[in-house]
Ligand binder design. Structure first.
Ligand SMILES: NC(=O)c1ccc[n+]([C@@H]2O[C@H](COP(=O)([O-])OP(=O)(O)OC[C@H]3O[C@@H](n4cnc5c(N)ncnc54)[C@H](OP(=O)(O)O)[C@@H]3O)[C@@H](O)[C@H]2O)c1
Length: 256
C-alpha cells in the first residue's frame, strides 16, 4: 500500500519502520519539514515529505501527533480525500501531562469523536493502546499464545478490514470493539489501555466495560487523571500499578 504518516515521533517512526519492512511504500512528515527527517528516512526507507504531500495519493494515512497539535494541521487537509482512503488515529488525550484542556473534546470525553470532528473525516482508532516499545518489540506469529491483541474502533467496516490485516501483518491480533462512539473503551484510563494482553483477555475486559459511556465516563476519565498525576510524580510506580507484567520494560524497571 501507499501509506502516509503524519508525525515522526515514537509511534510514527515505529510504524514507518514496520510498514517499510512489510513492503509498503511510506512517506512521513513532522512539524519541522522534510529536511529534519533526513536521518529517519535513511534509517527506515520511508520518504521524508511535507504534511500536504503525505496525504496525497495514499491508500492509508496515519495521524500520529499529540492531540494538542491537531488544530495546528493545515485547514481542509483532508477535504478532497477520496472516500476509500483509510485514516488511522493513534491519538490519546493527556490534558494534565501534555495537551492542556481541550474543552470541545471534554464535552463528549471521547478522544476519537473529537478527532473526527477536527479532521472532518471518519477515522479508525488503533495503535493508541499499546506502547511504541511493545509495538516495536512484541509482535508474534499468528497462533502464538503470547500474541498481544489490539482494539480497533471505527464506523467504516471496509476501512476496519484493511486495518485488521495490517495489525495481523505486524504480529498482533486485531479485535473489533465497535464504532468510534464506543472507542472510549480503548482510551487511557480503561482496563485495556497499554496492558499487552492476549485476545481472550482483551475480549473479556471489553465485555466487562459494557457499552454505556454515561455509566463509565466518570470512572475512566477519573482513572486517567489519577494515572497522569502518578506518571508525573513517579513513572515506575505508575507502571507497577498495571496488573500485567510489562516484560519489555523489565530492564529499565526491574521491580515492575
Ligand atoms: N509513544 C507511545 O508509546 C504512544 C503509543 C500509542 C499512542 N500514542 C499517541 O500517539 C500520538 C503521538 O505520540 P508520540 O509518542 O509518537 O509523540 P511524539 O514522540 O511526541 O512525536 C510527536 C510527533 O508529532 C509531530 N507533530 C507535532 N505537531 C505537528 C504538526 N502540526 N504537524 C505535523 N507533525 C506534528 C512532531 O513533529 P516535530 O518533532 O517536528 O515537532 C513529532 O514528530 C499521541 O497522541 C500519543 O498519545 C503514543
Amino acid at each position: 500500500m501507499n501509506i502516509g504518516i503524519i508525525g515522526s515521533g515514537q509511534i510514527g517512526s515505529c510504524l514507518a519502520t514496520k510498514f517499510v519492512k512489510l513492503g509498503h511504500s511510506v512517506s512521513i512528515a513532522n512539524s519541522r519539514g522534510p529536511a529534519s527527517l533526513k536521518q529517519l528516512a535513511e534509517e527506515t526507507g520511508a520518504e521524508a515529505a511535507t504534511v500536504e504531500e503525505v496525504v496525497k495519493n495514499k491508500e492509508l494515512i496515519v495521524v500520529a501527533i499529540p492531540q494538542k497539535s491537531i488544530p495546528d494541521l493545515p485547514k481542509n487537509l483532508f477535504k478532497n480525500l477520496p472516500k476509500n482512503v483509510v485514516v488511522i488515529d493513534t491519538g490519546n488525550y493527556y490534558p494534565d501531562l501534555r495537551d492542556g484542556v481541550l474543552p470541545e473534546l471534554e464535552q463528549s470525553g471521547i478522544d476519537s469523536l473529537w478527532m473526527q470532528e477536527q479532521l472532518g473525516i471518519s477515522v479508525v482508532k488503533v495503535f493508541n493502546s499499546i506502547f511504541a516499545t511493545s509495538l516495536n518489540d512484541l509482535g508474534r506469529p499468528e497462533g502464538d499464545r503470547n500474541r498481544i491483541a489490539l482494539a480497533v474502533s471505527g464506523d467504516d467496516a471496509k476501512a476496519k478490514e484493511i486495518v485488521f490485516q495490517l495489525v495481523d501483518d505486524l504480529g498482533f491480533d486485531p479485535l473489533d470493539i465497535g464504532t468510534i462512539a464506543q472507542s472510549w473503551r480503548q482510551q487511557p484510563g480503561s482496563t485495556i489501555y497499554c496492558r499487552d494482553i492476549n485476545l481472550a483477555e482483551l475480549k473479556k475486559r471489553v465485555v466487562a466495560m459494557g457499552t454505556d459511556w454515561s455509566e463509565m465516563h466518570e470512572l475512566i476519565i477519573g482513572k486517567h487523571h489519577s494515572d497522569q498525576l502518578l506518571m508525573a510524580a513517579d513513572f515506575p510506580a505508575w507502571l507497577k500499578g498495571f496488573r500485567e507484567p510489562l516484560t519489555h520494560l523489565r530492564d529499565k524497571y526491574p521491580d515492575s
